[in-house]
Design a protein around this ligand. Structure first.
Ligand code: TGC
Ligand code: FAD
Length: 390
């Protein structure tokens, strides 16, 4: 009797390791992506347009700030569920996952983890509902890998803070009603909630992007922006504040590229079965099967890595170095697979009628933001040797 066929996108049945609730979350987001995202995302990418019309449904599915407790209007899901949300959204497009990552891990998380109870109550329910969109300003034009060398500064002036500086490559910048801005102060780096309609605050959208085209990316300028002390995040000082947010977002990003790689592999499995060259399906060639097998091996490895990371996160034991290893591995896995799938599609692979080139181009950003591949390799190297090579 022939063995039952395995799921080519989940060869180790990682889904069987999920709880019922986690499977339900994955199915709900998967349906949303199949029905609402995939039909429009190729055109949105071509038009360099973030599909804002999807925000209400993303919010009503509980995908914004998903791990934050229900008390704040959020869904109170597990870290693994959050990972699955990222995986499914990025199966649609990295831009959509970026939107959710920034809102959830980079804006709602610091308000939840470092904010006052008043700040949590004021912002989190509205952000979960998609009524307030946020952006996260850490990177500056002179070099994002080294945020300790930050030039943006905030000066105390009576009961206010006056912020001056510039931020670069900021996701959601021109969509946002609030920005979490990190600035140097006399007491070290601190975070401020800055309403984007504050006098002196400007967001300028970055155009000509060949990557993350279905996402808004902006430069922020702060010219004597004045906010009250009530807008400072009171419970953290120092670089560990923004780096703590990055750990949350990077965790989600370990899952996202799995979805992008699955989308690409699925597309070429179907394509190579149908395309006939030299009198046989493309898939009948050893050279093609070796490539497909290698993709499945790398996706499986990434799935197991992220799931174990998620279990560590939910047990409160996840370490930043472990996140770096998975972010590095899974982004590299996905970009290699997307590029190879583009090649297997031949000429057809160069248009957005197929998904591989869109994912490959998007992954150029994903492997760069939230710490470049080199940064994460060096974090792991530092852990192994005890020597800081930065
Ligand atoms: P270092 O001396 O290592 O650490 C300073 C303090 O921070 C603590 N820490 C962390 N805490 C939480 N999570 C982490 N990942 C942490 N890493 C370090 C550390 O314990 C220390 O605390 P304390 O109490 O001793 O003060 O700092 P360093 O300057 O040596 O860091 C080096 C390096 C290169 C690792 C760091 O600067 C870095 O990660 N650079 C990359 C910057 C980056 O990733 N930027 C991302 C910007 S946001 C973005 O890209 C959003 S894209 C989103 C989207 O669209 O999806
Ligand atoms: P640099 O830091 O100048 O690095 C340039 C090169 O030098 C890289 O290859 C890097 O790996 C290498 N390098 C750096 N240090 C070393 C070293 N010690 N040894 C060897 N090589 C090294 N930032 C935000 O704050 N908020 C956002 O919402 C946000 N969204 C983004 C969205 C997009 C689409 C993109 C592309 C970026 C976004 N970023 C955001 C910024 C992102 O985090 C930075 O681009 C990233 O951290 C790298 O910084 P950089 O671009 O200044 O490159």
């Amino acid at each position: 009797m022939a063995a039952a066929r395995l799921n080519p996108l989940d060869l180790y049945d990682v889904r069987s390791l999920l709880s019922d609730e986690e499977r339900m979350v994955q199915d709900a987001v998967g349906r949303f992506v199949d029905e609402k995202v995939l039909p429009i995302i190729g055109d949105a990418f071509d038009q360099a347009r973030f599909p804002t019309e999807l925000i209400p449904e993303i919010a009503s599915l509980g995908l914004l700030g998903a791990t934050i407790p229900e008390k704040y209007g959020c869904a109170g899901m597990s870290g693994v569920s959050y990972g699955l949300i990222c995986q499914e959204l990025e199966r649609g497009d990295s831009g959509l996952r970026s939107f959710a990552s920034v809102q959830s891990s980079l804006v709602m998380y610091p308000i939840y983890a470092y904010g006052s109870e008043e700040q949590r109550m004021e912002y989190l329910p509205k952000m979960a509902a998609g009524e307030i969109i946020g952006c996260f300003g850490l990177t500056e034009p002179h070099g994002g890998s080294d945020p300790a060398n930050m030039k943006t500064h905030a000066k105390k002036d009576g009961g206010d803070w006056v912020i001056n500086g510039a931020k670069m490559w900021i996701t959601n910048g021109n969509l946002a009603q609030i920005a979490v801005v990190w600035a140097q102060t006399e007491d070290g780096i601190q975070g401020f909630i800055v309403p984007t309609d504050t006098k002196g605050f400007t967001a300028q959208q970055i155009h000509k992007k060949m990557s993350l085209r279905a996402s808004v990316t902006s430069a922020l300028f702060l010219d004597n922006v004045r906010v009250p002390d009530a807008n400072r995040l009171p419970n953290v000082k120092g670089l560990k504040g923004p780096l703590g947010c990055l750990t949350q977002a990077r965790y989600g990003i370990t899952w996202g590229p799995i979805g992008a790689a699955q989308a690409c592999l699925k597309e070429v499995i179907d394509y190579t079965a149908e395309r006939v060259l030299f009198g046989r399906p493309l898939a009948a060639n050893q050279a093609i099967q070796l490539k497909l097998a290698d993709m499945a091996r790398r996706i499986t490895t990434a799935q197991l890595l992220s799931l174990q990371l998620g279990r560590l996160k939910d047990a409160g034991a996840m370490q930043p170095t472990q996140v770096s290893l998975a972010k590095w591995n899974n982004c590299r896995m996905a970009i290699d697979i997307a590029r190879q799938c583009r090649d297997i599609l031949g000429g057809a692979g160069i248009t957005t009628e197929h998904t591989a080139i869109r994912h490959a181009l998007n992954l150029e950003s994903v492997i760069t933001y939230e710490g470049t591949e080199t940064v994460h390799e060096l974090v792991v190297g530092r852990e192994l040797t005890g020597i800081n090579a930065f």
